[in-house]
Design a protein around this ligand. Structure first.
Ligand code: 2HG
Ligand code: ZN
Length: 458
């Protein structure tokens, strides 16, 4: 096979060990976590510094070569894997972690630092990270920023956008933009960090951030309980939120999801009886145990409760929720819809989804679970053909729009949901996004086809 001159030039920038062309070596970078999105890459390049990222981008810009930035490759919407001959720009080697600012509670982290590494680093310095989710060991800071990730602690600390104070990024032309502001107050000009968070690698390549940490919780108590319905779950949630218990997480799943996770992960039943709806609540701070007990003990809607305060017991309860994703993958390649509806509509939405699906694709199985307080449900479809997937996606997302919801609550739009953007973003809004894209990436080289259709000139 003739050598590729572009790959050779990239190898001179990053070193030959970090420019991969052999299909066996690039395989892990070309298919996403679900197995649904996959494509050929021209090569995979892994720069070790911001300057190398800039040199890679400048070279690709000069060659008119499209680039797909990639973090830990745990994305679920096809936004971090190649579609057709792009250069995959892996930020996995940017693992710099500076010392925590003990007073300001910030830390500078490279794009390739995993969420778990960031958490361990913060905890060792007496602080904590306000974001958490199951893929913490692989998901990276760059990917979290690119998708404006959410996870299980959003109700307490907000999404990733709320954690990011400053960013350093490389433009499509290879220019380093340094907005590594650490100040809590800084109203000087446009909010570039805010703009780059959630931009899914379409505006610039994030290389480093100033991450705002949160104080660690002195105590945590986790409770898993069974209820009759979503409406009951929301009533209990409301009680806890106003009961002087600091709520750290409120997650939910149903009978089918529990059955799946128990079967694949070999877990014992968490409660004595079966229930239509399960809720996992976590309260934190001093007095959390008593506060939660005050609400749940003898509460008529709560059928049964399992409670844990020690790390092992809490992890055992969290496993029922956190392992659902991997257990779905064990059943087949899922079609993932990551939607949000106003929480008070969850009950009606949950009833309508299986009706809509059954009417179009009776053999398709629906599993849904997620983040109760934000009304963020992960609707997973199994056994769908591509044609069925498309029809059902359109119908479910139209339903979401009808409820005043979001078609992409935390995973991003990616390739998967681009064609449905108009359901919850109007033409004027999309035109502004397009103008921003064209200003920062006039030749459409950064993650083409993600979020917006590729520009006409390529
Ligand atoms: C979660 O909340 C993740 O566990 C993954 O966002 C959701 O697998 C999914 O659909
Ligand atoms: Zn989620």
């Amino acid at each position: 096979v003739a050598a590729d001159p572009l790959a050779e030039a990239l190898a001179r920038i990053v070193g030959p060990a970090d420019c991969l062309t052999d299909p066996d070596l690039t395989a892990g970078y070309r298919t996403d976590w679900t197995g649904r999105f996959t494509g050929p890459a021209r090569c995979v390049v892994r720069p070790g510094t911001t300057d190398e990222v800039a040199a890679v981008m400048a070279l690709c810009a000069a060659a008119g070569q499209a680039v797909v930035p990639q973090g830990g490759n745990t994305g679920l919407v096809g936004g971090g894997v190649p579609r057709g001959g792009e250069v995959v720009l892996s930020l996995s080697r940017l693992v710099e972690l500076e010392a925590v600012d003990p007073v300001g509670g910030t830390v500078v982290a490279g794009a390739g630092v995993t969420l778990a590494a960031l958490q361990a680093h913060a905890l060792a310095a007496g602080w904590d990270v306000g974001i958490d989710f199951a893929s913490r060991d692989s998901a990276t800071v760059g990917g979290l920023v690119a998708t404006n990730a959410g996870g299980t602690r959003v109700l307490r600390h907000g999404d990733v956008r709320a954690q990011i104070r400053g960013v350093e990024a490389v433009t499509a032309a290879g220019v380093v933009v340094d907005r590594m502001t650490r100040l809590p107050k800084d109203s000087t000009g446009y909010d570039l960090p805010g703009l780059l968070v959630g931009s899914e690698g379409t505006l610039a390549v994030v290389t480093r951030v100033v991450w705002r940490l949160v104080p660690p919780a002195p105590e945590r108590v986790t409770a898993l309980f069974g209820l009759a319905s979503y409406d009951d779950a929301l009533t209990v949630l409301g009680e806890v939120r106003t009961a002087h218990a600091v709520l750290g997480a409120a997650e939910t799943f149903g009978r089918a999801e529990l059955e799946l996770v128990r079967r694949h992960a070999g877990l014992a039943p968490p409660l004595r009886a079966d229930h239509p709806r399960y809720v996992l609540l976590e309260c934190e701070g001093r007095g959390a145990v008593e506060a939660l007990a005050r609400v749940l003990d003898g509460y008529p809607l709560v059928a049964e409760t399992a409670v844990a305060v020690d790390a092992a017991g809490r992890a055992a309860l969290w496993a029922y929720r956190e392992r659902i994703t991997e257990c779905i993958n064990a059943e087949g390649v899922p079609v993932k819809l990551d939607v949000a509806v106003p929480p008070t509509s969850l009950g009606r939405f949950e009833e309508r989804v299986p009706e809509v699906v059954a009417g179009m694709a009776p053999n398709v199985r629906v599993l849904s679970f997620g983040h109760l307080a934000e009304g963020n449900l992960h609707v997973n479809l199994l056994d769908a053909t591509e044609a069925e997937a498309e029809a059902v996606e359109g119908a479910v997302l139209t339903l979401v729009a009808g409820f005043g919801g979001s078609i992409s609550a935390e995973h991003g739009v990616g390739i998967a949901k681009r064609r449905w953007l108009h359901l919850t973003r109007n033409p004027e809004d999309i035109a502004v996004m397009r103008a921003i894209k064209d200003a920062l990436d006039p030749h459409g080289l950064l993650n083409p086809g993600v979020l917006l259709a590729p520009a006409a000139d390529g």
